[in-house]
Design a protein around this ligand. Structure first.
Ligand SMILES: [Zn+2]
Length: 139
């Protein structure tokens, strides 16, 4: 930061050098200012990218669901996953688990997650309504 503060005064220096007819020195200084500008530009771009990444992670964290062993992303429209709990907690990366017959497998850390008989099973069919027998008028 100190370096940048010093360079901020260079704008005035350039003007002074021009006024004193020291054009070549002024030009050199302008080059330095240009480099500073490019540095700041790149740093700014990098920070913007980082901010976006953090915002994305926060957005994501809001719709993350943990079923006791795996993560799911539950957005209003759809639920995706499951994702590896180990990889996410350790590295912050979402690795989609591969479905096998009796377990889910992470191709990244090779962890296996046994399918739970209940819990994360989503019952899609609604319990059937008991059909009432027709009213008997005569018995
Ligand atoms: Zn994993």
């Amino acid at each position: 930061m100190g370096k940048r503060n010093i360079h901020a005064t260079n704008f005035r220096k350039v003007l002074e050098l021009f006024n004193e007819n020291r054009g070549q020195e002024a030009e050199k200084l302008l080059k330095i200012i240009q480099e500073d500008y490019l540095d700041l530009y790149n740093e700014n771009k990098e920070l913007r990218t980082q901010i976006k990444e953090v915002a994305d992670i926060l957005d994501l964290a809001e719709c993350m669901e943990f079923d006791g062993q795996k993560y799911w992303i539950n957005e209003d429209v759809e639920k995706t996953g499951p994702y590896c709990q180990v990889c996410y907690d350790r590295d912050g990366v979402l690795i989609r688990l591969q479905e096998r017959s009796k377990h889910w497998e992470c191709y990244s850390c090779q962890n296996m997650f046994v399918k739970m008989p209940t819990g994360n099973v989503i019952h899609k069919s609604r319990p059937k309504k008991e059909s009432k027998p027709p009213l008997r008028l005569f018995s």
